[in-house]
Design a protein around this ligand. Structure first.
Ligand SMILES: [Zn+2]
Ligand SMILES: [Zn+2]
Length: 223
């Protein structure tokens, strides 16, 4: 199969690799779409990706995936070949103090999944989720970043009629501005210093106002 493999800063190669084999608790997914996460961009640029250490190559990249189940292990009961699925990009122990408090991102035994910028990827069945029929595989590749934004919106405690401020109009910022609108924000102010991104939030969330100057954002926030 073809796979995108990171070897070092600005060195990403498409290679032929064997289709991965699966264990008894694992699912082989035929990848339909794989998003490009900000952490993928950071990795490609040779920077530290989020909270993780700067990754060394060779590293099969990609974790924002949608696809169909191609094969399941002998102990898999939650899905079967042909199912349309997505998966969460890590598995945690479920038993450590962090996991028990819901802070799963701090789990010391957390294992990152990856390698979805390929024709096939493997995930344990506990990380695999069915997709509703109404959601296309193309849109479903946004499930993981969207879930992060849903969590952020919950933490913000946005209430109907309030004004929301979203800092940055990248993928996450656009998703957040949509969620703010769905959550009843009377107005959403999006701050983004890159003017080439300016039209996007307007198109996505008509009640958004737009500013590309951070100083402007600060002034508006102070009102
Ligand atoms: Zn991601
Ligand atoms: Zn844990």
């Amino acid at each position: 199969m073809k796979a995108a493999v990171f070897y070092g800063k600005h060195d990403l190669r498409v290679e032929d690799r064997p289709v991965p084999s699966i264990g008894s608790d694992e699912v082989l997914i035929r990848v339909a779409y794989c998003g490009i996460c900000g952490s993928d961009v950071h990795t490609f640029e040779g920077m530290q990706a989020n909270i993780h250490a700067r990754p060394a190559g060779p590293l099969a990249m990609g974790h924002e995936v949608s696809g169909t189940v191609a094969e399941v292990g002998a102990e898999v009961t939650t899905c079967r070949p042909g199912d349309r699925v997505t998966c969460i990009p890590w598995v945690t122990c479920g038993a450590c103090p962090y996991c028990r408090r819901g802070l799963v991102n701090h789990c010391p035994k957390k294992k990152l999944l990856g390698g979805a910028m390929a024709e096939y990827v493997v995930a344990p069945q506990g990380a695999v989720y069915h997709l509703p029929d109404a959601i296309s595989l193309r849109r479903a590749a946004l499930a993981e970043p969207l879930s992060c934004c849903v969590w952020a919106t919950d933490l913000a405690g946005l209430r109907s009629g309030e004004t929301a401020v979203v800092i940055g109009a990248g993928t996450m910022g656009l998703l957040l501005s949509l969620l703010a609108r769905c959550g009843g924000a009377a107005q959403t102010i999006v701050s983004e210093p890159n003017p080439t991104r300016a039209p996007s939030p307007r198109a996505w969330a008509p009640r958004s106002s737009w500013t590309h100057a951070r100083s402007t954002w600060r002034r508006r926030c102070a009102i």
